[in-house]
Design a protein around this ligand. Sequence first.
Ligand code: NAD
Length: 366
Amino acid sequence: MDFPARGRRRFLGQLPAAGALLAAPASLLANPMDNKKLGVALVGLGGYATGQLGPALKMTEHCRLAGVVTGSRDKGLSWARDYGFPESNVYGYDAMAQLAGNRDIDIVYVVTPPGLHAQHSIAAAKARKHVICEKPMAVDVAECDAILAACKEAGVRLSVGYRLHFDPLHEEVRRMARTKESGAFTKMSGGFAYTMGRKTWRAEKKLAGGGPLMDLGIYVVQEACMAANATPVAVTARERPKKRPDFFVDVEESIEWTMEFADGARCEGFTSYDEGRNDFRAEAKDGWIELKPAFNYGGNRGATHRGPIEYAAVNQQAAQMDDFALCVKEARPTRVPGELGRRDLAIVEAIYASAAAGGKRVAVRA
Ligand code: NAD
């Protein structure tokens, strides 16, 4: 695709860089925690914690890795050496109540499989720590409600690990949706899928809550809501026949769905553990935006009707955690609160209900 140079937009000049978005003048910070980097404890030292969150915590300005909760004490001690926190800040999963007495730790980041998010988030809240819970927030709406109630009761803040809200390409989707400069987005489509080679908890309903819809499709659900600037009123869905039923015993292997919004906008979504896809497109009367790849940690590419989008790369995870640390320090709401995670589970539940009912239109009760 070739686009006229005059149509190209330089994002650096138009959107504040993540650092600028996140930085706040010291004079505006008013509580005793202001000058300190908040301490984060990661719960679960698997792939995402090791590959993304830990390294991002070496780049953050407003928080730092101060402890871990893990099933392997040796692994925890190795993290303590690598990240420079005391060995006393290594906890087992059944010792999370002891976090309450640890003043080094302000925020607990739950990065275990979704079937354990409620248990670990509630334990963190009871220890009076602010909570970031990875996506999907839990396996169903009832568990989301339990997490929200525990955080409310403890008076702590709750956020979901929706890293794409901190990525400039996705901010452009939201900006165009908000300003309606090309009209409202009415026709959307998106897919996120990969081929699962080795069976993990992601193919087990008890720990994952479902199949690829819970893990990958939720990104498309999120993006459609961002582009529509709304929650869908209803969905229809169809599970595709399984090619590997022995592998995906109690979860879907592939599923497609349609989200309907009150203004007539629609999004066609797809997710699978049996093929590759990574894209999102939204069309309005006078313009469009397309992201492809759309959902990666970095290197996503986008274009609008005006041409390719150029933007300064950010570390999504560092920006996300820094923003939450600032929200805690400044006592302001996060842009990715627990309520958003709950809303998405309500949409996911409606999608599963529609697929189970042979594609019947199901109202979303978010
Ligand atoms: P993983 O399997 O690599 O790690 C899971 C961790 O949980 C491991 O340390 C494991 O030991 C621990 N664990 C504790 N109890 C367990 C149990 N009963 N069964 C299995 N594991 C158990 O998974 P991951 O890819 O790191 O994903 C963890 C969470 O992070 C999930 O909620 C996932 O959706 C989320 N995630 C988010 C992103 C993102 O881009 N936001 C990316 C990857 C993963």
